[in-house]
Ligand binder design. Structure first.
Ligand SMILES: Nc1ncnc2c1ncn2[C@@H]1O[C@H](COP(=O)(O)OP(=O)(O)OP(=O)(O)O)[C@@H](O)[C@H]1O
Length: 243
């Protein structure tokens, strides 16, 4: 099977700041791929390039067999329904209930008839996937940080994405809650057979969730291996992350 995401020789600069230098990666179907790199190394820029929120300067980006750089706005909208993005901030609407937050992506991507027929079921299924069906009428402010992260994940799952992009999914959570979220990410991978790119610094999260890890150093793919192999590496640049 073809990779679901192919990034080929991508360059991205801001003035003299060359953030991505001939960077390439492939995400295989059903795989959880972690991007590990220091703060400011370009992990978020890479993810933004993949969904064309930010255009790459040069290079090719193929998502689900389509070149995203050649897509018009309508084609991008259709593609974005298949690519879920879990923001570090969760990006929940505080003035909306949990139900309304989950309905939000349906308003954009489903017709009125589809929503009338399927919205209630879809909201409930996504909430059950994250173990929070009972919060359906609550406001985000009434929920803990871990619960808000689960609701944000439910909102990502509601469109049944083929690819999920996680931006630091456990940052700001206590270790126990962080482990719960990491385990939930594995359940999601199994249930939806989704492929994920996960940006994380959290070694426990990476250990639990990753099938493979790419280290982004000085704009390049410095290492590409399993967590366990990287952990055994004697390379000082790799060891820094495991210290
Ligand atoms: N819109 C922008 N304009 C100018 N520079 C930018 C822009 N977005 C990102 N950068 C620069 O690109 C570099 C990489 O930023 P990025 O946010 O991708 O880092 P990161 O690896 O995700 O860091 P962190 O782990 O802290 O989130 C930084 O030097 C940043 O200042």
């Amino acid at each position: 099977m073809d990779p679901v995401v192919k990034v080929e020789n991508v360059n991205k600069s801001f003035g003299d700041n060359h953030v991505l230098r001939n960077f390439s990666l492939e995400l295989e179907p059903g795989e959880n791929l972690v991007i590990l790199g220091k703060s400011g190394s370009g992990k978020s820029v890479l993810i933004k390039c993949i969904i064309n929120l930010m255009p790459a300067d040069t290079g090719k980006i193929i998502v689900l067999d389509q070149s995203i750089q050649d897509m018009d706005q309508e084609e991008l909208d259709i593609l974005r329904a298949k690519v879920g993005f879990l923001f570090q901030s969760n990006a929940l609407y505080d003035s909306m209930t949990v139900r309304e937050n989950l309905e939000f992506p349906l308003r954009r991507h489903w017709s009125k008839e589809e929503r009338e027929r399927g919205s209630e079921m879809a909201v409930l299924e996504a909430l059950e996937d994250v173990g929070l069906a009972h919060t359906i009428d609550m406001m985000p402010a009434e929920l803990s940080g871990g619960m808000r992260k689960r609701i944000a994940l439910a909102r990502t799952l509601i469109l049944k994405p083929t690819i999920i992009l996680y931006d630091e999914p456990t940052t700001g959570l206590d270790p126990v809650t962080a482990r719960e979220i990491s385990n939930l990410m594995i359940e999601v991978q199994k249930k939806y057979n989704a492929s994920s790119i996960i940006i994380s610094h959290d070694m426990n999260c990476i250990n639990i969730t990753s099938n493979r890890v790419i280290m982004l150093i000085e704009g390049r793919c410095y290492a590409n291996d399993t967590f366990n192999n990287l952990k055994k590496s004697t390379d000082p640049k790799i060891r820094e992350f495991f210290a």
